[in-house]
Design a protein around this ligand. Sequence first.
Ligand code: SF4
Length: 450
Amino acid sequence: MSTEQLASTTSSHTLDTKSYDVNHQQEIPALDIVQIAKKTKEITKILRVNSLTENLPNKNEPIEPLSEAESPGPWAPSRCINSKCGQCSVCGYTVLRPDISKKEIVDSIMNQTDKFLNNFQKNVIDKQYGKILRPDVDNPLGLTLSPTGSFFAENELPAENRVQILQKVLETAQAYQVNLVLTVEAHARDIVKKTQSGYFSSPLGKEEINLLRALHAQVLLGFESQNDFVRNGLYNKNLSLKDFETASQELQKQKLSVGAFVFSGLALMTDLEAKNDALKTIQYLLQKNIFPVLMFANIQPNTITDVLRKNGRYKMLEPFTVIDTIGDMLNLITTHNPDSNWLIPDPVGGPPDPVFNIFLNRHDVASSQETNNYLRSLIYRLRHDRDITSFQDELVKIHQTSEYQNYLHTLQQQEKISRHQSLLDRTKEMLKFVNQPKVIQAYLDSEQKS
Ligand code: SF4
């Protein structure tokens, strides 16, 4: 089967012209990426069935807010469009029961948001977390509004509903005389579709953009990696670099601030591969005036990584890798674009809260639990005060500890082993293992018991 034929059998997977492995040593044929994405999708679809069990938030109960260590917002579950084709490989979003209708979901989002805004002082003003970097806004307050997949996806939140919500947010902020910085998350393909259909020039589109501007909105696009193999193969993102660039340019043309998620720690990358891939991605984003939103892989249930974990084949990142990746990101920012914003989502929080977490109960890493707690607290402090200098001073001290020397040794060992097998071959072997009916069945059985 040709690349084109195979691509057309795997829904709308779009391919970039040339892809390389993360070490940039081996060109990865597009066909391999498509096959890996196809297999990942098939397996993920089977595994996800166990997750699709949740009800919508109860209308009469108090609203569920996002994590306390983020800009506040209502938790409004919805159904990501990618869930139809099995979702991205590591994602824990989209857990609603399949029989819940789109209308029920949209009504629930509207209801959650209304209830949240009706108590603006308690839910938004009193729950602010940390500093917001927006020099163009006086005393900015943060608010996050997102259905769980993509804010701009018509199947999740139609344009009329979005405009209604944005109007209400703006009116409430004006009534309280505060300047909001609104954060929404979106899939780049939804922006591309809107660009192509001329939505942003339509009356409704213009109204939406004006409201977003008045709310100093920052749109965070799912990107994960500039490397096509990582993004579309390992992550199964189904997003071409061209679409990402079209979407971010369109948002910038509309004078909205644009950030992009960078995801580090996918199976079966080594710690160094994961770190280098994240840093290359951050460099790429900074050159395009897109700010990075750096995330690290924890483990969600009913994902390929959880199957691998159960079978002793996947280890989350070392906590020292996380702290070093953040340190290097900050170095890149201060060197290349000191005005750039950056975000680090709560590294241990959800929603949904991950059961297996990089910093908690790790017995397989070079750092002790006490050190892991300390590293975690440093990240929280940085997220809160955004004091880069004091974070980097702490890093210098950390680098002198014996635990950190042990960590360097662990990295060397990882590289020695991985040198014998390319990431592409490791990935193929990993998928072959997970794809065995007995392995999947054993996992599903054990999940049902737990
Ligand atoms: S990562 Fe984003 S696009 Fe992928 S399945 Fe999750 S919500 Fe959907």
